[in-house]
Design a protein around this ligand. Structure first.
Ligand code: SF4
Ligand code: SF4
Length: 452
């Protein structure tokens, strides 16, 4: 069984919400839709207070090549357009909409009917993906239409669908692979058409046998239907964190290494998450914009494990209240998983297209042990999936040695947290390395930026 070749760790799965089927969470009374929920330039709001909107209607337009459309997730009246704090307390422009009924914009198919015919015109597919605001749902939220159109000097050979979901606790991808497997495979065939590749590999870790079974059945059923579905396969991967990292998945499946500061397309790969593939299906086959997504709500201290289909812009506090409120012993809520997620400091913040999970942790689960001196055991270097030397990067970062940090490739850190996870001296390696990486990337960009 394949896996990536460098480093990695084996944290406990903790997939305690895996058995929870996706339930639709009713829309709240008010949604707050951020104009900055994708990588690149924030969208520009194109509605004003007093406007009536329908679900699926454009409310934000892209502001550059790397940017994305934003749509209303509900029907109702725009109450305001202005700054509101995101999950970490940073003010971002949001459109506030008071919900009235559930009326959808014309031309959107909200039925469950499966549409399997793949359009011939690749441009039509890309335009629908762009116009319906699809962004990568594996964490980066990079606009999908841009990723599917590599520069002319780069050629895609393989499309990899990321179904690894290697972060502990998260099960939203697992549930869609069971409950929406055919739609995901149709999405894969649509992206295969755009990229002009012959091969699509859906990588799923061995600890998800039900998802492997369901996705394999969908691949076989659709392959029997049309040649558009040929060359799509499911590959079972050995469980290891962070298998879902793009570079790790490419190594595991293609045995190719992406160079420092390189991109997957440099080695002929395009990686998309299974949730993105589902969004591509909705966008192209149903003309439905990305206005809802599946979110895992979990944690040992949380009484009602759930996977919920949530309208984008739903206040996090509304989701929590719908499930019985914050547990008395929870001290921290994380957006995402425990390894790479972000602590939420503002429960009034609204969900984004890329929100995958709300994880509740107790004091005992979050308590950091006291830091001691590095014992030069080398465990952090052994665990690093990017082949870095975290103990050295930490030392250089603490001494502000930017040139040396760049020479030792701090910019390649994928912030996976494997080093922190393994360190017996409890040194906050990830925290120092992350800050240093940000600074080094800023220096590299300022050096390579065109002179004015
Ligand atoms: S956080 Fe960065 S330095 Fe630490 S193990 Fe992951 S890639 Fe390596
Ligand atoms: S794991 Fe911790 S103690 Fe061991 S070498 Fe790395 S920084 Fe030092």
């Amino acid at each position: 069984m394949k896996t990536f070749s460098i480093g990695g760790v084996h944290p406990a799965d903790s997939k305690i919400s895996a058995g929870c089927k996706i339930e639709v969470l009713p829309a709240p009374k008010t949604v707050y839709i951020s104009m900055a929920q994708h990588l690149g330039g924030p969208a520009k709001a194109v509605v004003a207070a007093g406007d009536k909107v329908k679900a699926g209607q454009v409310i934000g337009e892209p502001t550059g090549f790397i940017s994305a459309y934003v749509h209303s997730s509900v029907s109702g009246t725009v109450k305001s357009v202005g700054l509101r704090k995101d999950i970490v307390g940073i003010p971002v422009v949001h459109v506030e909409i008071e919900v009235e009924g559930d009326e959808w914009a014309d031309g959107i198919d909200t039925s469950d009917t499966l549409v399997t015919a793949i359009p011939d015109d690749a441009k039509f597919i890309v335009d629908r993906i762009k116009n319906n605001g699809v962004v990568g749902l594996g964490g980066a939220t990079f606009p999908t239409n841009v990723k599917l159109c590599p520069p002319p000097d780069k050629k895609a050979e393989v499309l990899i669908l990321n179904g690894a979901e290697c972060e502990p606790y998260l099960t939203s991808d697992y549930r869609i692979m069971i409950e929406k497997s055919k739609q995901i495979v149709v999405g894969a065939a649509l992206m295969k058409k755009v990229l002009g590749v012959q091969r699509v590999v859906i990588g799923i870790e061995e600890n998800k046998p039900e998802a492997i079974k369901s996705m394999t059945a969908a691949v076989n059923e659709l392959a029997a239907l049309s040649a558009d579905y040929s060359g799509i396969e499911v590959q079972t991967l050995k469980k290891k964190y962070p298998q879902g990292g793009e570079k790790q998945l490419i190594d595991a499946i293609m045995r190719r290494q992406v160079k420092s500061m390189g991109l997957p397309i440099d080695v002929g790969a395009v990686v998309q998450n299974v949730a993105t593939s589902l969004a591509v299906y909705d966008a192209v086959q149903k003309n439905k914009p990305l206005v809802d997504n599946t979110i895992t709500v979990t944690g040992e201290c949380f009484p009602k494990q759930s996977n919920l289909l949530v309208r984008v812009g739903t206040p996090i506090s509304y989701i929590i209240d719908s499930l019985g409120g914050v547990p008395a012993d929870a001290v921290k809520v994380i957006s995402g998983g425990p390894m790479m997620g972000k602590a939420i400091s503002n429960l009034d913040a609204a969900t984004l297209k890329g929100t995958s999970s709300l994880l509740f942790l107790t004091e005992a689960q979050t308590r950091r042990k006291p830091e001691t001196n590095c014992i030069r055991c080398g465990k952090c270097a052994e665990a690093c999936p990017m082949g870095l030397e975290p103990f050295l990067l930490n030392k250089l970062a603490r001494n502000g040695m930017m040139d040396e940090l760049e020479q030792n490739a701090v910019q390649d850190c994928i912030e996976c947290g494997c080093c922190l996870y393994t360190c017996p001296a409890n040194i906050p390696l990830l925290d120092t390395i992350r800050i240093a990486k940000g600074e080094v990337i800023r220096i590299i960009r300022s050096r390579t930026a065109p002179k004015k």
